[in-house]
Design a protein around this ligand. Sequence first.
Ligand code: GAR
Length: 229
Amino acid sequence: MPAFSDPSDADRAVQWPLPPGAGTEATAPGRRLRLGVMASGNGSNFEALVQASSSPLLPAQVVCLVVNNPGCGAKARAERLKIAVTCLDHRRFASRDNLDGALVDHFQAAAVDLVVMAGWMRIVTSRLISAYPERLVNIHPSLLPSFRGVDAVGQALAAGVSLSGCTAHLVSEEVDSGRILVQAAVPVLASDSHDALARRIQAQEHRILPLAVHLAAARLGLLHGQPQA
Ligand code: GAR
C-alpha cells in the first residue's frame, strides 16, 4: 500500500466544481473586487485572502476587516497588513439582528462588492444575508453537508470518517448551508490529533477560499468590469 508522503499536498485534494479557466479571468483594467471580511479568531483565512488578492487568482482588494473579539489574532494580522479593522463586539449588541445591522452599515459605507466570513463564529441573520444576496461567502472545516455547526473537526474525528475537508459556500438562512462553491478533501490519518487534522484542513481552506470568492464574483458578473447587480 503506498504511503502518504504529504496528505496536505494540493494534488491530493479533490475540488469541484472547477470552472473552465478558473483563476485566469480578470476584472476590467483598474477594477478590483472590493472585499469585506469578518473574522472571530486567529485570522489565517483572512490573511490568505489578503495574500491572494491582486494575484491573477483573485483580482481583489480586502478593504476592511470586522472582528467581534477585540483581542483576536485576526485584528493583529490586519494591523500588521495595514488593512482597516473594526471591532463590533457582539457582547455590546442587544441582539444578533442589531449586530448584523451594524455589519451591514459598515460594509455598505465601505462599498464592498462581497463579504467573506473567514472564521466568523457567530450565527448570522437575514439582516446580513438579505443585504448581500449571493454575495456572502463562508468557509467551514468539513465536507458539507456533513458536520455542520461548532467543532466540525472534532465531529469528524468522533464519527471516525476517513475523509474530511473544507467547504466554501454561499450563506443562506440555515447554518452552514447554501450553495457550495468549492470543496477540498483531506484524508483523516489514524494518528491524527484534533490540531493536526485542523491544520491540514486549514491549509486547504487557504487555497479554496480565494477561488470561491472568485467564483462568487464570476456568478454575479462582477468580473470583466460588468455592472453590479
Ligand atoms: C477555520 O477553520 C474556519 O473554517 C472555521 O474557523 C476557522 C478559522 O480559522 N469556521 C467555522 O468553523 C465556521 N463554522 P482562522 O481564524 O485561522 O481563519
